[in-house]
Design a protein around this ligand. Structure first.
Ligand code: COI
Length: 443
């Protein structure tokens, strides 16, 4: 295993695109040669363009699987991932030095270097057995990279006084879109492989190819998220005691309720879960002294090219005494200049604790809810202290909305928040339904 990028003694500087490596064990000559060689490899991969895909290509390719196609899929993932990671390593190297020394950034750099080295050296996959090992290897990388988001968010929040908001946000966008794209490729290939050998079949009966649900029913996803939120109200973080379930706002769904389309269910549900969570929380906070709470209204519309989803709440809007936002779009920003909560001590503390844990806190809605339920059980049996479940499983790291925006735009959708201050918020989510858009250019 190469040392570079794998040691805390590694520092990278970017203004000149070189890496400075201080190893106590290696001689300066060896170290210089090693850097030179490794940076050359990085240059080589970073000079290649990512071959971006559409959702439709992922579905069509995976629909009729045979061994030959599975090997093609494996080798595409094997050769594509290091290219995508190389672009992000170059991005990290291009950050000003003051940014790369911030807590969390080095950890992400190390993870990326290590994954890059492993992937670029991985031999071609030619048999089902080799593919099984490759899938195990990918699964390991997916787990290892779970804390990337809290780490990079922590580092860039701390660096936010040193970067113009536009540069900071475009850097974060590239990091996050690219990460989503790499996880999609890896998870899709693992799911196709499991399907091919007859393992890991999903039991919920919805038609799917790999991780893409080909007839994803939007109303069902909205109702699933609403049910999970009502069963596990992790959205009410700042209440001492959870209110009685009868006080939680209901979610009503109307419009083209039979709409279904091909999409990655985990992405759709991540977004819906986050938006409903915000709406339900705002409604509760704004109305909890009243006898009944106004319902959150979800309207689904199947357009010619898109699926539109509007979520309307009466939670008082975005510019309330509780919120400090000036412009709703600032809620998507990672810069404290646009969103001052980024440097709140509580938020940085939550990011620190999430960064040091393996779970990473950005999973599917099932994972989020599962973590909460497990911790609640531990709480009730005295294994962890009262109140720790919410803090441990859903700390306020403040990335739900920016992440939802990134998930939405990954295949060309859009997310807009419109606040009627003093009354409520309307969120307009638009997702392309034909699957013809390429992944975002930042992959
Ligand atoms: C990530 O999650 O950041 C990844 O890059 C995962 C990939 C190496 C499979």
């Amino acid at each position: 295993m190469l040392k570079i990028g794998c040691s805390y003694r590694t520092l990278f500087s970017a203004s000149n695109g070189t890496i400075t490596h201080r190893s106590v064990n290696s001689t300066r000559h060896q170290s210089t040669a090693l850097h030179f060689y490794q940076n050359k490899q990085l240059e080589l991969y970073a000079s290649k363009q990512a071959s971006r895909l559409t959702l439709r290509q992922l579905v069509f390719f995976g629909r009729k699987m045979n061994e030959d196609r599975l090997m093609k899929s494996a080798n595409y993932v094997r050769t594509e991932l290091p290219v995508r990671i190389a672009h992000r390593l170059r991005d990290l190297q291009a950050l000003p030095f003051i940014v790369v020394t911030q807590e969390g950034v080095g950890r992400v750099y190390e993870l990326y270097w290590s994954a890059f080295e492993k992937l670029r050296r991985y031999p071609p996959i030619t048999t089902l057995d080799e593919n099984e090992k490759f899938c195990e290897f990918l699964g390991g990388l997916l787990n290892e990279h779970a804390p990337v988001i809290p780490n990079i968010t922590l580092g860039l929040s701390l660096a936010s006084p040193h970067l113009p908001p536009e540069s900071l946000d475009s850097f974060m966008r590239r990091m996050l879109v690219s990460r989503i794209s790499r996880r999609v490729l890896a998870e899709h290939h693992i799911a196709l492989s499991e399907g091919f050998v007859g393992r890991g079949q999903r039991t919920d009966g919805e038609p799917h190819v790999g991780i893409i649900f080909t007839g994803l029913n939007v109303k069902r996803s909205v109702e699933r998220c609403a049910r999970l939120l009502r069963e596990s109200p992790i959205w009410i973080y700042d209440e001492e005691n959870l209110p009685d379930p009868s006080c939680w706002p209901e979610v009503h769904v109307e419009g083209h309720v039979n709409t279904s389309f091909a999409y990655i269910r985990e992405h759709l549900e991540y977004i819906i879960f986050e938006l409903l969570k915000n709406s339900m929380h705002a409604t509760y906070a704004h109305h909890h002294k009243e006898k009944t709470l106004p319902a959150v209204q979800v309207t689904i519309v199947a357009g010619e090219h898109d699926v539109g989803i509007r979520i309307s709440d009466q939670g008082g809007g975005l510019r309330t005494a509780r919120n400090r936002v000036k412009n709703p779009a600032d809620l998507f920003s990672f810069s404290h200049l646009r969103n001052e909560a980024r440097l709140d001590d509580s938020r940085l503390g939550a990011l620190r604790s999430a960064s040091s844990q393996q779970a990473g806190f950005v999973g599917t809605v099932d994972e989020q809810v599962g973590r909460w339920q497990k911790a609640r059980k531990q709480e009730s049996t005295g294994l962890i202290t009262d109140g720790a479940a919410i803090q441990q499983t859903h700390p306020r790291i403040g990335i739900g909305l920016p992440m939802s925006n990134i998930y939405t735009t990954y295949f060309g959708g859009s997310l807009d928040l419109i606040s009627l201050d003093g009354w409520g918020t309307d969120v307009y989510l638009r997702l392309p339904k034909l699957g013809k858009n390429l992944e975002g250019i930042e992959v």
